[in-house]
Design a protein around this ligand. Structure first.
Ligand SMILES: N[C@@H](CCC(=O)N[C@@H](CS)C(=O)NCC(=O)O)C(=O)O
Length: 369
């Protein structure tokens, strides 16, 4: 693929407290791509973006040649294939697959707890609703209090209480975050990035839940300060790292402490993807599921996440045979294998998401479906 020559900054439309905008900013900074962050102004931006790429979601990237892009996973993949120099993907096929798996997990699974901490606690909801009302809805006539109420209700109905969170599972969901923090605390006490001295796609993936949410919103930030200061250091380190200054390569093999992340993927995320697949196949809009002892009632169906599961399978199958064998043993040992392949046939729509990053068919979760 020809090297991409960017003589002007790309435009990044989003919000400076948004999960996926924050992920894309971390990517651009680490990769040395200059960008110009602009806030989306509603309602005009919504129509404009939907016309350009098919959906309205944050962020949108506009290339200097005027092309619009969406979906951080596919955008990053697009840039990685075109930007010069060693990038964020390890050469070792199994490390590479694990980076893709961790990125997907960070995008899709940690979204709900991150939204929970922001919108469940009054402190978080006060901060975020004020910020978003001013930043995104400043041009909409009406009192700011009403806008804040609207935003709070929309986000809860779409992503927390409307996506399987309830009074009964708050403690267990927060315990899952504490488990993640404990593992990451021990990883980042041992080395600067997930796979060694150099950031990889997995670090960029985890900047989604951490940079603009868990390490920003008041309640989880205090938990991280007290319980996982090495994670806070990693958040700032990633933000302040340029890949071009990193001489070193990733460590060889898979660091042992990454295995407990795989255990969690095997007991929570992959079974969730299976339950979502079944619900989409049955044309449901919501489903109940018990994962790792946590009961989610009325979780939202996601066509996009059926595609995510398919992508994980394709990434696995694209590895050379020896790496697949090694990968299978590893995934079996950590409870990830059976659920990765449980449903032979995935209910994808014809051509689903094939035009990404220039056109999307589905939002990650359609709030008003
Ligand atoms: N898969 C997409 C997900 C983007 C996404 O869901 N962004 C959120 C905000 S951080 C959003 O815009 N949601 C749409 C909405 O709330 O209507 C990506 O990687 O870019």
């Amino acid at each position: 693929m020809t090297d991409l020559l960017l003589t002007e900054p790309v435009t990044l439309y989003g919000s400076n407290i948004s999960y996926f905008t924050g992920k894309m900013e971390n990517y651009f900074r680490v990769r040395g791509v200059s960008y110009d962050l602009r806030s989306m102004q509603f309602p005009a931006f919504k129509k404009r973006m939907a016309k350009k790429v098919g959906v309205m979601q944050m962020p949108a990237v506009i290339l200097p040649d005027g092309r619009w892009m969406t979906d951080t996973t596919r955008m990053i993949d697009w840039f990685e294939q075109r930007l010069p120099g060693p990038g964020l993907m390890p050469a070792d096929p199994l490390q590479r697959f694990l980076c893709l798996l961790l990125e997907d997990w960070a995008d899709e699974w940690w979204w709900r707890p991150a939204m929970h901490y922001r919108w469940h606690y009054a402190e978080g909801a006060r901060f975020a609703s004020w910020h978003l009302a001013e930043e995104l809805l400043g041009g909409v006539p009406g009192p700011v209090g009403l806008k804040r109420l609207y935003l709070q209700q929309r986000q809860r109905a779409g992503y927390t209480t409307g996506d399987g969170m309830c009074a009964d599972n708050v403690v267990a969901v927060e315990a899952g975050v504490a488990r993640l923090l404990a593992t990451l605390q021990s990883i980042f006490s041992a080395r600067p990035f997930l796979f060694g001295d150099r950031p990889s796609l997995a670090d960029i993936g985890f900047s989604g839940p951490f940079f603009r949410h868990l390490a920003l919103d008041p309640v989880p930030l205090e938990i991280i300060r007290q319980q996982a200061p090495a994670v806070l250091e990693w958040v700032a380190r990633l933000w302040n790292t340029r890949l071009s200054d990193c001489a070193s390569v990733w460590d060889n093999g898979i660091p042992e402490d990454v295995f407990s992340l795989l255990d969690d993927i095997g007991s929570g995320y992959l079974p969730y993807l299976c339950a979502n697949t079944e619900a989409v196949a049955d044309n449901k809009r919501r489903f109940d599921v018990q994962l790792d002892g946590v009961h989610y009632r009325g979780a939202r169906c996601s066509r996009y996440r059926v595609w995510c599961l398919q992508q994980l399978r394709l990434h696995f199958m694209s590895m050379p045979e020896a790496a697949q064998e090694q990968g299978r043993t590893l995934l079996e040992r950590h409870g990830c294998w059976e659920s990765l392949w449980r449903h032979a046939c995935l209910p994808l729509l014809p051509g689903q998401e094939e035009e990404l990053p220039f056109r999307a068919h589905n939002k990650m979760l359609a709030v008003h479906q």
